[in-house]
Design a protein around this ligand. Structure first.
Ligand code: T6T
Length: 315
């Protein structure tokens, strides 16, 4: 079992926000803007955020797009701007496209904290709370290498270019897999964060490379879709699948031996810490620019001892 504990120390610096209010704030409204609606990673994040907001005496509402899509998230951000909450926790669905609407939030004096994904422009958010995604990708590569005895063909199933987290996971994976000369890296395919596309990409790869040895799927949807693709092709025995995240379907596939390992995140802690940071900013207290939360590699053998990492579908 491999656990990456970054704790809340991260690698960032501590700074003071500009407000510096002494009085308790009158506006205690927070908004959480996840990347997509009704998805176990973000539901678990929302559960942690709700719990922490209640503890600190704040109201938190959530608004998410139907698809993980910048064009759908942008009007939500603009709508939230008009309601003037004290703080916003946002998982930007694109590391460039969301810079404009998020800058408008900042310009209106709303405290902005990134949860999970982030912008390339580091000047917009006061704090970013996420897993160490690059490290998670490296851990996935080490796990794959071990599973296939350091030899064979491997591919990455990624989501959408411009998603900071999954881009970082693929980058970490590629850096680490390059250290294994017996492994042939076939490159990455994008799934548009659609399980059906992931399943198609896996079957296409099995046609061109029937001796495929392993797949690394960089998130929940690509992992669930990859498992479907392998099942449809009758290749769950031959091809080792290492996924990211721990949805109920992914956990079930791990238990059934159709997935070999899952790199699970701690979304509830991301939500909790995100609320702590945004409230600190609102109340004029020190804010931490970077916070990294734990990642863990789950296998069939140790999954039940680590069930606190399984994602929820309701709080
Ligand atoms: O993997 C998570 C999240 O970390 C990523 O940014 C987007 O996809 C997920 O929400 C899983 O679907």
């Amino acid at each position: 079992i491999a656990l990456i504990t970054a704790g809340c120390g991260g690698s960032g610096t501590i700074g003071q926000n500009q407000g510096g209010q002494a009085e308790p704030p009158a506006n205690k409204n927070l908004v959480l803007l996840p990347g997509v609606k009704a998805e176990p990673f973000y539901i678990s994040m929302e559960c942690g955020a709700q719990e922490e907001a209640a503890k600190l005496g704040y109201q938190l509402t959530t608004q998410a797009p139907d698809q993980f899509e910048a064009a759908l998230q942008t009007p939500i951000v603009t709508g939230v701007l008009a309601t003037r909450p004290a703080g916003v926790l946002i998982a930007p669905t694109d590391d460039v496209a969301l810079a404009n609407p998020m800058t408008q939030l900042k310009g209106a004096g709303i405290k902005v904290v990134e949860v999970d994904t982030r912008l390339q422009d580091e000047s917009v958010a006061l704090s970013t709370v996420s897993s160490n995604n690059e490290q998670g990708g490296r851990l996935a590569a080490q796990t794959v290498a071990q599973l296939i005895g350091d030899t064979g063909k491997v591919m990455v199933l990624n989501t959408k270019a411009g998603t900071s987290t999954t881009d970082a996971r693929a980058r970490g994976f590629e850096e680490e897999i390059a250290k294994h000369p017996g492994i042939t890296y076939l490159g990455q395919e994008y799934t548009d964060n659609q399980p059906a596309v992931a399943a198609q990409k896996v079957s296409a790869k099995l046609s061109s490379d029937p001796d495929l040895a392993a797949v690394f799927a960089t998130n929940l949807n690509s992992g669930e879709g990859a498992a479907t693709g392998l099942r449809n092709a009758g290749k769950t025995e031959q091809v080792r699948l290492v996924g990211f995240d721990a949805s109920p379907n992914q956990v079930e596939d791990l238990r059934a031996g159709e997935v070999s390992a899952l790199i699970a995140q701690d979304p509830a802690t991301i939500g909790r810490q995100g609320v702590q940071q945004v409230v600190a900013a609102i109340e004029g207290k020190p804010v931490q620019r970077e916070i990294q939360t734990d990642l863990i590699a789950l296998t069939q053998a140790d999954m039940d001892a680590n069930s606190q990492y399984f994602y929820k579908t309701a709080c």
